[in-house]
Design a protein around this ligand. Structure first.
Ligand SMILES: Cc1cc2nc3c(=O)[nH]c(=O)nc-3n(C[C@H](O)[C@H](O)[C@H](O)COP(=O)(O)OP(=O)(O)OC[C@H]3O[C@@H](n4cnc5c(N)ncnc54)[C@H](O)[C@@H]3O)c2cc1C
Length: 508
């Protein structure tokens, strides 16, 4: 049984490993010369009189949430994830700064959060937080099984299965309204509303269902000692051990039906398979990146999610109390999303995310050392129509103004590396630089998201632009779901049977 996987992002690697573990003959095609997709590190050279060297700075995902998803993926392939990965908890979960000089750390520990919020916003707000986070947790538990683990939930079946939980999930409210119904401090609304941007969406339009992301993050976030590329390396090694054939620097240019299966063309070569799992954004299929035959295989793409402007640099340790995961808030959050989604512009006063990758509890920064820094500002996904090169200086200056207003004045060296929506658009075809698939706006967005099965038998989708959504764990889940669909469909129409029963624990 032959399966081709196109794209070696997390979703593609998870799909390939799952299928290979079931005995399928898997070929994984990746257009880049490395696996990982959005997991990406920039290389910086450190020049110092006493110490010079190369630094890899994570410029894509910086943290791992829901690590049990990877535990279960490895278990389903008959392996122990801890022989491949060393997830280390990050404390605090995140540090938040505002321009009035206030600051709030969120921890994995619930009681610590209640005390911190009491000191930050008063006892009444802390007790409102207790009620709200209990609801968010309840929504997370309710959604885990019937929504996330299902290949394509629909509103009717979901509401039938979750009738008693609908009041926790609040699918018809937008996130900001639901938060405003529970909390009153505008800084906390901004803080918890920001989680919509993890799906590249606006908190003023995304459904309150996304409250579950807060609950998932407060379960703990993790780093990998050598950076997030260790996740790519672990998944690549898993695939190699299971016998997947990985073809790097091999962009697939065409997919067309061939007998009962599919023919893939790349360069002057082709390959015939029984099923194809595409890890590129589904928008690439609609745009004809794989040929005309598959343009109607998926629904037309919805409005794009956010892109980003990012900066990586090294600098002597900042004389400012950064944590690993930091957020510097703008003064007017609503204006940011009007700029991003209505005017399709980078906000002039943006909220800034900063990952200080060397600020970890078990490491002290010495004065001779340079620390690695990554900053991200949300941007519209119009990198295919707007050339961002000319606006980099203005965006950088606006980004630094937000940091300064919150008390930190970093100096960005000349060798700072900047990634724009234009660059993301080139890396991820047909997306305009959108990093999270379609925006999750409106209560139906969840159900409109492309599922693993397409309109064509034997053609499947995996990755953060498909159900259940973006982020490393969700993309990995979608890869497992895509492989399961392919294996089930093939088994139902042939004498081939998977060699091992789908194993592991599917959900916690
Ligand atoms: C800046 C940034 C920060 C992020 N931070 C976090 C974070 O901290 N935590 C988190 O969980 N998530 C984070 N995310 C989201 C997370 O990185 C993504 O959701 C996830 O990596 C997407 O994986 P994917 O399976 O969709 O594949 P992608 O990473 O999108 O990879 C798709 C692959 O397909 C390949 N491909 C496309 N077309 C072809 C073709 N024709 N032939 C061959 N190959 C092809 C591409 O080259 C690419 O390698 C972040 C993303 C970005 C960009």
């Amino acid at each position: 049984m032959k399966i081709a996987v196109i794209g070696a992002g997390v979703g593609g690697l998870a799909a390939a490993a799952t299928a290979a573990a079931q005995g399928a003959e898997v070929t994984l095609f990746e257009k880049n010369d490395t696996c990982g997709g959005k997991i990406h590190a920039n290389q910086h050279t450190h020049q110092h009189p006493n110490k010079s060297g190369a630094h890899a700075i994570d410029a894509g995902p910086t943290v791992l949430t829901m690590p049990w998803v990877f535990r279960d993926l490895f278990a389903a392939c008959g392996k122990d994830w801890l022989e491949y990965l060393e997830p280390l908890p990050i404390t605090p979960v995140a540090r938040h700064f505002w321009n009035d000089g206030t600051r709030l750390d969120l921890q994995q520990d619930h009681d610590a959060n209640v005390s911190a919020i009491e000191a930050f916003a008063g006892a009444a707000e802390a007790s409102r937080f207790v009620k709200w986070i209990a609801r968010a947790n309840r929504a997370k538990v309710a959604l885990n099984g019937p929504f996330i683990a299902s290949t394509k939930p629909n509103p009717v079946s979901l509401s039938m299965r979750m009738r008693s939980d609908l009041r926790f999930i609040k699918p018809f409210s937008d996130l900001m309204s639901a938060l405003a119904g529970s909390l009153t401090d505008p800084r906390l609304l901004q803080l918890f509303g920001r989680y919509a941007t993890y799906c590249g969406s606006s908190p003023y339009a995304a459904p309150a269902t996304l409250e579950m992301i807060v609950a998932a993050e407060l379960e703990g976030i993790f780093r990998l000692p050598g950076g997030m590329r260790e996740l790519t390396q672990a998944l690549t090694r898993l695939n190699q051990e299971l016998g997947s054939c990985i073809k790097l620097s091999t962009p697939v240019e065409n997919i067309c039906s061939h007998g009962r299966g599919w023919r893939l063309s790349y360069g002057q070569q082709h390959c015939d398979v029984d099923a194809v799992i595409v890890n590129a954004d589904p928008a690439a299929l609609s745009a004809g990146c794989f040929g005309a035959e598959l343009q109607q295989a998926v629904s037309p793409p919805g409005a794009r999610s956010l892109s980003a402007m990012t900066w990586t640099w090294t600098a002597p340790p900042a004389d400012f109390e950064l944590s690993y995961h930091n957020v510097f808030f703008s003064a007017d959050y609503a204006a940011e999303f009007v700029a991003l989604f209505k005017h399709q512009q980078v906000p002039t006063a943006p909220t800034v995310y900063v990952c200080a990758q060397d600020r970890v509890a078990d490491q002290t920064l010495s004065s001779g050392q340079e620390e690695r820094l990554f900053a991200l500002v949300n941007a519209p996904a119009n990198g295919d129509t707007v050339d961002y090169q000319g606006v980099i200086p203005t965006c950088q200056s606006n980004m630094q103004t937000t940091l300064s207003a919150c008390g930190w004045q970093p100096h960005l060296p000349n060798d700072v590396q900047v990634t724009t929506p234009t660059i993301f658009a080139q890396r991820f075809p047909a997306t305009g630089g959108a990093l999270y698939g379609p925006a999750s706006h409106g209560w139906q967005a969840t159900f409109r998201r492309q599922g693993q099965r397409t309109r064509r038998r034997g053609l499947y989708l995996a990755g953060g632009a498909t159900h259940p959504g973006p982020g490393l764990p969700m993309a990995a889940m979608s890869g497992r779901l895509a492989a399961s669909c392919a294996l089930q469909d093939i088994a139902s129409t042939s004498r081939w049977r998977p060699t091992v029963t789908l194993g592991g624990t599917w959900m916690r």
